[in-house]
Design a protein around this ligand. Structure first.
Ligand SMILES: Cc1ncc(C[n+]2csc(CCOP(=O)(O)OP(=O)(O)O)c2C)c(N)n1
Ligand SMILES: [Mg+2]
Length: 540
């Protein structure tokens, strides 16, 4: 069939449009259904990164999004392809990460007819409505341009959430004219004059003001630092905001939400200002102790539903974190505000020091010290749900905002390796350090192949205790007979070598020092398996 002049397939026009939004990478495993998205892609300069499972595609897009600040884009086949990415889509939804999921869907003629077409699932777009800001089946090029424009505009000013677009297989291959970029601009979220006046009055009447910042504030680290300094307020971060203040900053009260240090600081404050946090349970999982309701509280969030959920705000402000911080500092300067909180720096230090470490965490310190000692300043860390990480979240000093990646919102297993790979794609010159458990890493171990493709310094440290350690301990604490927790453990160094990695096993912190130093010095990926002393893995 001859193509008409100036007309190319819907799929290729869609990618040309995305190029205009500065998309440079797509993550996905191609299939016959998605060939049209790939047709002509070389011409656009957009690069395809191929995970070995679509769960990897989603986590890579997530890591890419967190590091680049741009939406990660997945291109996925209908049915199994896009369903395989449901968990990372849910993770991005929880952690407010921009992500565009472009999928094929069942041929229009056969959709909903129950006749068994390849990769068919009933109502694919409907399935994803719960996990996205928008999930739509698009059959018209203008509608495609509109949905994409809305998504990119919304990511700039609203709480970022994934967007899923399905295009039926037959529509993707139809010839269409250029899909023209539509201009959509949504207003930036500022503090209203009324809210600002209320906030200034509250702040001016309070002596001890404490800040709590979450992932929604991380992107505004410069403005928030200026606000913390103006208020002279100790600042506690959630996991997603680690590094917002540098480790040595006098007002840094650490990632101390679950501990008596952080919670006493909050209880002693006249006013707590919480910015961009949903007070996720994962942030307090270390002790399970819920953050107490402060005496008085201002909550600032782009998502109005957050303002009264869990901890109640006396004043709830819908605003972008950077705008809130800038506008409040300007108003306080104009009103001649001066903080009367003289012990702010000491209180921040006390909060950081008052942590009830478990003995298990104490046994992690010597390993984490080695990792911190050698960690390059420009490193990105990507962490899974492993016991070593639970300690690291609160113990490891961290000074760079947005570079400590973990599945805080969803608490799923397996994201660390693919998120780290996505991060590497976004920042090819920066070393990536991944920490995962022997259980979690197996969820996505096939992505070692993608790490090899992407190449560069990507160090995966596997904490090996031959089992689902945290769950094994939970069974013991619950006095339940262990079941399903002492999983078979394989020699992961051999597995890694099979993927072409530099791989080693270490049994002491000194050996970790040697191997980690070596791994950081080479420009190809490495795997270091750490045997947890005294664990069932120690017999290997
Ligand atoms: C998708 C998913 N399945 C199950 C769990 C429950 N879970 C939480 S931690 C954990 C153990 C993980 O084992 P490993 O990665 O080896 O880390 P360890 O606790 O041994 O350090 C499990 C199974 C989960 N969080 N996510
Ligand atoms: Mg384990």
């Amino acid at each position: 069939m001859q193509r008409q002049v100036n007309k190319v397939s819907f799929g290729s026009q869609a990618m040309k449009l995305l190029k205009q939004y500065d998309v440079d990478t797509i993550f996905g495993i191609p299939g016959v259904h998605t060939i049209e998205y790939y047709r002509g892609i070389t011409e656009t300069g957009i690069k395809g990164v191929v995970p070995r499972h679509e769960q990897g595609a989603g986590f890579m897009a997530d890591g890419y999004g967190r590091i680049s600040g741009k939406p990660g884009v997945c291109v996925l086949v209908s049915g199994p392809g896009v369903l395989n990415a449901a968990t990372p889509i849910a993770q991005a939804w929880h952690d407010s990460i921009p992500m565009l999921v472009l999928a094929a869907s069942t041929e229009s003629e056969l959709s909903g007819k129950n006749r068994g077409p390849l990769h068919d699932v009933p109502d694919q777009a409907g399935f994803f409505t719960q996990l996205t800001d928008a999930s739509v089946t698009v059959t018209d090029p203008d509608q495609f341009a509109e949905v994409v424009a809305q998504a990119f505009a919304s990511w700039k000013v609203n709480r970022a959430r994934p967007v899923h677009i399905s295009v039926p297989f037959d529509v993707l291959s139809k010839d269409v004219s250029e899909i023209k970029k539509v201009d959509v601009a949504l207003p930036a979220r500022h503090v209203s004059a009324d809210d600002l006046a209320k906030v200034v009055a509250k702040v001016s009447a309070s002596k001890k003001i404490v800040l709590i910042c979450g992932g929604g504030a991380n992107y505004a680290h410069k403005e928030i630092t200026a606000l913390a300094e103006k208020l002279n307020s100790p600042l506690i971060t959630t996991g997603n905001a680690r590094g917002l203040l540098p480790d040595g900053h006098r007002l840094n009260a650490g990632t101390t939400l679950p501990f008596s240090g952080g919670q006493s600081l909050i209880a002693s404050a006249d006013l707590v200002i919480a910015i961009g946090t949903e007070f996720s349970d994962v942030d307090i999982i270390y002790t399970g102790k819920r953050v107490p309701q402060p005496k008085s509280m201002i909550r600032v969030d782009l998502d109005a539903t957050q303002l009264q959920s869990g901890l109640k705000a006396d004043i709830g402000v819908v605003s972008d974190a950077a705008n809130f911080a800038k506008e409040l500092v300007a108003a306080l300067n104009a009103s001649g505000f001066a903080s009367g909180y003289e012990s702010a720096a000491t209180d921040a230090a006390t909060a950081r020091g008052d942590i009830g470490w478990t003995n298990q965490s104490r046994s992690h310190f010597e390993w984490l010290d080695v990792i911190s000692e050698l960690m390059p300043e420009n490193a990105i860390v990507s962490i899974d749900s492993t016991q070593l990480a639970y300690t690291a979240h609160h113990y490891t000093p961290w000074s760079t905002p947005k570079r400590w990646l973990a599945p805080y919102g969803l608490g799923t297993l397996g994201p660390a390796l693919p998120m780290g790979i996505g991060a590497k794609v976004a920042a090819p010159n920066d070393p990536v350090v991944i920490i995962a458990g022997d259980g979690g890493v197996l969820f996505t171990i096939s992505e070692l192949a993608t790490a090899r493709d992407v190449s560069g310094t990507i160090v995966t440290i596997i904490w090996d205790n031959a089992g689902y350690g945290e769950i094994r301990d939970s069974f013991d604490r619950a006095k339940a007979d262990r079941n399903g927790v002492d999983i078979s453990s394989f020699d992961l160094t051999v597995v890694a070598q099979g993927f072409g990695m530099n791989a080693s096993r270490v049994r002491t912190p000194a050996e970790l020092h040697t191997q980690f130093k070596k791994a950081l010095s080479i420009k190809t990926p490495s795997v270091i398996v750490v045997t947890e002393p005294g664990s069932p893995a120690d017999t290997k």
